[in-house]
Design a protein around this ligand. Structure first.
Ligand code: 5GP
Ligand code: ZN
Length: 114
């Protein structure tokens, strides 16, 4: 989508600190990190919210989860633990309407989230 911030970041039209790039996915450092590790992992395809997922997106979203977990391992979080977070709509904290996982690690996290 032409006016989507994360589509532009994945396309390299807006600079970002790249963590991973392949045909399907892009991962980059969050501009306002909430933990020592705060990486955003996105599909290149524009999907606005989790509400827009269809059954046929299951393999893509499965690979997104596997990729995020792999990046966590690369960050040394395999034994320390980490959190994967996806917000859907404003009330849950979504501010960018392109589906993304937050990979957070390097500090303890409380539960339930605020
Ligand atoms: P959401 O609130 O939608 O779950 O997460 C959006 C995330 O994108 C936020 O954590 C925010 O800090 C991050 N973000 C917003 N604008 C930019 C940007 O221009 N570059 C990067 N790297 N991250 C951004
Ligand atoms: Zn987008």
């Amino acid at each position: 989508m032409s006016d989507c911030l994360f589509c532009k970041i994945a396309a390299g039209e807006i600079p970002s600190r790249r963590v991973h790039s392949d045909e399907e996915f892009y991962a980059f450092e969050d501009i306002n990190p909430q933990a020592p590790t705060h990486v955003l992992v996105i599909p290149r395809r524009h999907i606005a919210t989790l509400n827009d997922l269809r059954d046929e997106d299951a393999p893509l979203m499965g690979r997104l989860l596997v990729l995020a977990s792999r990046i966590a391992k690369e960050r040394g979080l395999e034994s320390k633990g980490f959190r994967l977070n996806a917000n859907c709509l404003e009330s849950a904290g979504q501010s960018v309407f392109h589906v993304h996982l937050h990979l957070l690690g390097g500090r303890p996290f409380g539960w339930p989230p605020g």
